[in-house]
Design a protein around this ligand. Structure first.
Ligand SMILES: [Fe+2]
Ligand SMILES: [Fe+2]
Length: 285
C-alpha cells in the first residue's frame, strides 16, 4: 500500500475535531422524492416484485440508465464550481437519505449496513494514513457501496436460504450498478476515486472476486478498505440468512481471510482499532 501509515491515539480521537459519527435510521413511511421515484417508477422490484423488467434475470441496462439520468437530473443544476459548499453538502445529505430510504424498502438491513460501512471506512481510512479530506469522503462513498442492490430483486436480497446459481449471478451485478448510481454524485463532489471503489468492493486479493477478477494491488486501495469494513459488518449485523456472529469468531474469520480475500495490512490495522470502532459505531446504534 502506497499510503503513509499513521496510528491515531485515543487522546487524539477524543479531542481531535473528527467528524461526529452516528448511525441514523430513516423512516420508510416518509420517503423523500428520489426514493419515491425509485420505488414507484423506476425500480418496481423494490417491494419484492420482479426487478425492473419481468422475465429478465438482470435489470434492463438501458431502462436503468434512463432512470439514473432522471435521478441525476437534480444534480445538473449548474456547473460544479457554481455550487456553494453548503449547497453541495445539502445535495449530498439529501441524496444519501433518499437512497438509504430506498435501500431500506428493498431489504430492512441494507440502509443501516450501508451507513455503518461508511462510518467504519471513514475511521479506518484515517487510521491507515489517508488524508482527513479523503477519510471524510469515505463516509458517503461507503454508504453508497451497495446502492446498486436497488436494481436487484428484493426476493433475492431477502432470501433466508442459500442462493441459486442464477440468484447469485444477479447479486454479482450490484457493484456495477453501484458504480453507475455513484457517478453523478462523484462528479458533483469532484471525488475521482469513488466509482472505482464501489465497483471493486467485491474483488478478492487472490483474483477470485467480481466483477473484474482484479488481483492484489490491482484492486484500488479504497476498494480494499471498503471490503474489510463490508466483511466485518456483514458478520456483525443480522442478515436474513445469518444472525450476527460472536466478536471472537469475526476476528478469527477476518484474520483467516487476510491475504486471500482481504488485504492483510488493512485487516491488521482494522483489528488493532476494532474495539474503538465498535464503541463509536455499534454501541450507539
Ligand atoms: Fe456489496
Ligand atoms: Fe455491503
Amino acid at each position: 500500500m502506497s499510503q503513509k501509515r499513521k496510528t491515531v491515539s485515543g487522546k487524539e480521537r477524543a479531542g481531535g475535531g473528527r467528524v461526529t459519527h452516528t448511525v441514523e435510521s430513516t423512516a420508510t413511511e416518509a420517503l423523500p422524492s428520489t426514493a419515491a421515484l425509485l420505488t414507484d417508477c423506476i425500480l418496481p422490484g423494490i417491494q419484492g416484485e420482479p426487478a425492473v423488467s419481468p422475465g429478465r434475470s438482470r435489470p434492463d441496462t438501458c431502462l436503468l440508465r434512463g432512470a439514473l439520468a432522471e435521478v441525476a437530473a437534480p444534480l445538473a443544476i449548474g456547473p460544479i464550481e457554481s455550487l456553494s459548499a453548503t449547497a453541495t453538502e445539502t445535495i449530498l445529505r439529501e441524496r444519501t437519505n433518499d437512497f438509504m430510504a430506498a435501500l431500506r424498502c428493498k431489504a430492512e438491513y441494507l440502509d443501516e449496513h450501508s451507513r455503518r460501512v461508511g462510518l467504519l471506512s471513514a475511521l479506518l481510512a484515517e487510521d491507515l494514513g489517508l488524508s482527513r479530506e479523503q477519510s471524510a469522503e469515505f463516509e458517503w462513498v461507503g454508504a453508497f457501496h451497495d446502492v446498486g442492490k436497488l436494481a436487484i430483486s428484493g426476493e433475492v436480497l431477502r432470501k433466508p436460504g442459500k442462493l441459486s446459481r442464477e440468484e447469485y449471478e444477479e447479486i454479482k451485478a450490484h457493484p456495477e450498478y453501484s458504480e453507475a448510481l455513484v457517478a453523478p454524485l462523484a462528479r458533483l463532489l469532484d471525488c475521482g476515486w469513488a466509482t472505482a471503489a464501489v465497483r471493486h468492493h467485491h474483488e478478492r486479493m487472490d483474483g477470485g472476486g467480481y466483477p473484474d477478477g482484479l488481483v492484489g494491488e490491482e484492486i484500488p486501495v479504497e476498494a480494499r478498505i471498503l471490503a474489510v469494513c463490508d466483511a466485518y459488518d456483514a458478520m456483525a449485523g443480522c442478515r436474513p440468512y445469518q444472525d450476527s456472529l460472536a466478536e471472537s469468531t469475526i476476528r478469527k474469520n477476518l484474520a483467516d481471510a487476510a491475504g486471500s480475500h482481504l488485504d492483510s495490512e488493512i485487516v491488521g490495522i482494522f483489528l488493532g482499532h476494532l474495539t474503538y470502532y465498535r464503541e463509536r459505531i455499534y454501541t450507539s446504534a
